[in-house]
Design a protein around this ligand. Structure first.
Ligand SMILES: O=C(O)CCC(=O)C(=O)O
Ligand SMILES: [Fe+2]
Length: 349
């Protein structure tokens, strides 16, 4: 018998026939590789491509991104070894309500349990974060990273990989800023005390792929996500043109990039954070590794002044990233009776 905690409402259950998202743009980043001689024409073309992808899909894949393939393979190998341990060993680096980093297997998305297990690791150790989501509570606490004992070197490999993710994320942010017509470094200031983290996902085979999801439909709350998926497939994106769920076909060595809620707000809805989800299958384990680029907890998020005017007024009321983040994390940790906080709750009507 399937545990009802995992069962999706009828209208959110996956279809068995899948549409392949051939349309998801694949973007070659070689014009901005460190050794590339900068050619203004190539860079302008790249910026246009990124702008179109952000507008039409909210998702794209990048190749020639400069991240070492052997480092990625080392990390993927370490992730498999970590999850292959006994539950008891994994729980030695388990998450709790005080320090929500490390291992856990009970995440909920929109109050339905996800068919997966996870290991989270922060970019910055310590990371400063508000104690509560109450806007009048000024107390700040520190989160720190777990110290996994197995596989050996796991921590060092993760730290090395995170450095690469940050470099790629900043390059992408510059291209996105240019595509919106603002200064390349416009977003830099928000990331001084960043709250970014990397997540290791393991989706075990599931006997009820028609009822459960690896991750239920959701939008990512931060600025930008850089995802490495393996060759199994399962990530689906809600296509903007017709609201159909389409599969993001695995491309070896490419990264999947998606615009998250904060860029949606900064751009005043020129770009949108797109819904996605992960389906599971009865036979294969699937592994993925998203890097979530998040600003400092104190960053105030609102549409960029350069993009609003009398004809095009701000569509959002400002919010503090840390408060939003803490609220979200609390609701993913356990099932709640109320609707979770979503970015549209900040929309001005
Ligand atoms: O596993 C995947 O492909 C995507 C996971 C995801 O969307 C998330 O962790 O936010
Ligand atoms: Fe996601």
């Amino acid at each position: 018998e399937v545990d009802p905690a995992f069962v999706q409402d009828q209208q959110h259950r996956p279809k068995l026939s899948i549409i392949e998202a051939k349309g998801i743009p694949e973007i070659d980043l070689s014009p901005i590789l460190p050794h590339a001689a900068p050619d203004q024409y190539d860079i302008d073309t790249l910026v246009k491509e990124i702008g179109t992808a952000c507008k039409e899909w909210g998702f794209f894949q990048v190749t020639n991104h400069g991240v070492s393939l052997s480092l990625r393979q080392k990390l993927e190998e370490a992730s498999r070894k970590f999850f292959a341990q006994s539950l008891e060993d994994k729980k030695k680096v388990g998450r709790d309500e005080i320090n929500p980093t490390g291992y856990y297997d009970t995440e909920h998305t929109k109050n339905v349990r996800d068919w997966k297990e996870v290991f989270d690791f922060l970019s910055k150790d310590p990371t400063f974060i508000p104690l509560t989501s109450d806007e009048f509570d000024n107390r700040v606490i520190q989160w720190s990273n777990p110290s996994p004992q197995y596989p050996p070197q796991f921590r060092i490999i993760i730290e090395e990989y995170i450095e690469e993710m940050e470099k790629l994320a900043y390059k992408l942010l510059e291209l996105i800023a240019l595509s919106l017509g603002v200064e390349a470094k416009r977003f830099e200031e928000f990331f001084k005390d960043q709250t970014s983290f990397i997540r290791f996902n393991h989706y075990p085979p599931c006997p009820y792929p028609h009822l459960a999801l690896g991750v239920g439909r959701h939008k990512d709350a931060g600025a930008l996500t850089i995802l490495a998926q393996d060759d199994v497939g399962g990530l689906e994106v809600k296509r903007k043109t017709d609201q159909e769920w389409v599969l993001v076909k695995p491309t070896p060595d490419a990264y999947i990039i998606n615009i998250c809620d904060i860029i949606q707000v900064w751009s005043n809805d020129v770009y949108e954070s797109v819904e996605h989800r992960v389906t599971v299958n009865t036979k294969k384990d699937r592994f993925s590794i998203p890097f979530f680029l998040n600003p400092g907890h104190d960053a105030e998020i609102k549409p960029l002044e350069e993009l609003i005017n009398e004809q095009n007024p701000s569509k959002y009321r400002p919010y503090k990233w840390g408060k939003f983040f803490v609220h979200k994390i609390g609701s993913n940790f356990k099932k709640q009776d109320v609707e979770n906080l979503q970015i549209y709750h900040y929309k001005l009507s």
